[in-house]
Design a binder for this molecule. Structure first.
Ligand SMILES: [Zn+2]
Ligand SMILES: [Zn+2]
Ligand SMILES: [Zn+2]
Length: 263
């Protein structure tokens, strides 16, 4: 059996967001229960595997996992890797899975390359090969997410004995291929960065499908779709909002820290 626990549900920079005084950020500053860590999950299947090494990792994990699966090289998904180094846990040959390009970046650049030199991490390139773990199997898929990140972006599918889950936090648009990856699994954690495209004034720089449009596209899917990676501007953060009501009455959910999914 495998269990996935949701460790974080926010866009890379978390909630509250540095420098922002929007209603969601101010609410999170006033009430710590409304803070959200950057998106990450942990798979337990006999071993413990972290997906995304976020800047919030020291709040999200108690112990060093048995492996880390990286999705891509943006702030919320990579920088927590440094917490496994000598200033912190000083892990020993921690397996870290990433695209071949990201493996090269980690190996060749400070401060991350010290993790390799010190034997903290054991880098493992993954392309589209299946990684078999104790009782589950993890399959990486390349997805389109601002190809200005030349090292590429991965979504991960996790297959357990009974059910399958897709972890897809960052994608430019809900392409036909992305949609079929979602429709192919029992549970999908899906890019829910923005509810609508008018939330920020530089949305063209940070393309993501809006939750509104994804709800339309996935309306007839049998998959249990759970939105995660929410930006601090997203009205879905407010449990009492009309947008949350619309989402839930259409059969979708917002991911919450501590949620578990059995595979
Ligand atoms: Zn992200
Ligand atoms: Zn804000
Ligand atoms: Zn990203």
């Amino acid at each position: 059996m495998g269990t996935v626990e949701i460790l974080g549900t926010a866009q890379d920079a978390g909630v509250p967001h540095l420098g922002c005084r929007c209603v969601n950020c101010e609410a999170a500053r006033e009430d710590v229960r409304q803070t959200r860590y950057a998106s990450a999950i942990q798979l337990s299947d006999g071993g413990q595997y972290l997906f995304d090494a976020t800047p919030d990792v020291r709040f999200q994990l108690t112990d060093v996992p048995d492996g880390v699966f990286l999705t891509h090289a943006h702030l919320g998904h990579l920088t927590g890797l440094l917490y496994f180094g000598r200033e912190s846990t000083d892990a020993d040959e921690l397996p870290v899975y990433a695209t071949p390009g990201l493996v090269d970046v980690i190996r060749d650049n400070e401060p991350l390359c010290s993790l390799v030199a010190n034997g903290t991490v054991d880098l493992r390139s993954v392309a589209d090969d299946v990684v078999s773990l104790e009782e589950t199997a993890v399959t990486p898929f390349r997805v389109e997410h601002r190809e200005s990140v030349p090292t590429g972006t991965l979504s991960y599918r996790i297959d357990g004995p009974d059910r399958s889950l897709l972890y897809l936090t960052d994608i430019d648009t809900l392409s036909d291929r992305a949609e079929s990856l979602i429709r192919d699994v029992d549970v999908a954690l899906v890019d829910g960065t923005f509810w609508s495209s008018d939330e920020i004034d530089r949305v063209a720089d940070v393309p993501h499908p809006t939750v509104r449009s994804s709800m339309n596209d996935l309306n007839d899917a049998d998959t249990e779709v759970v939105f995660t990676h929410l930006n601090h501007t997203n009205p879905l953060l407010n449990p009492g909002s009309d947008e949350r009501e619309r989402l839930e009455s259409a059969g979708f959910r917002v991911a919450e820290r501590g949620d578990t999914i059995t595979l």
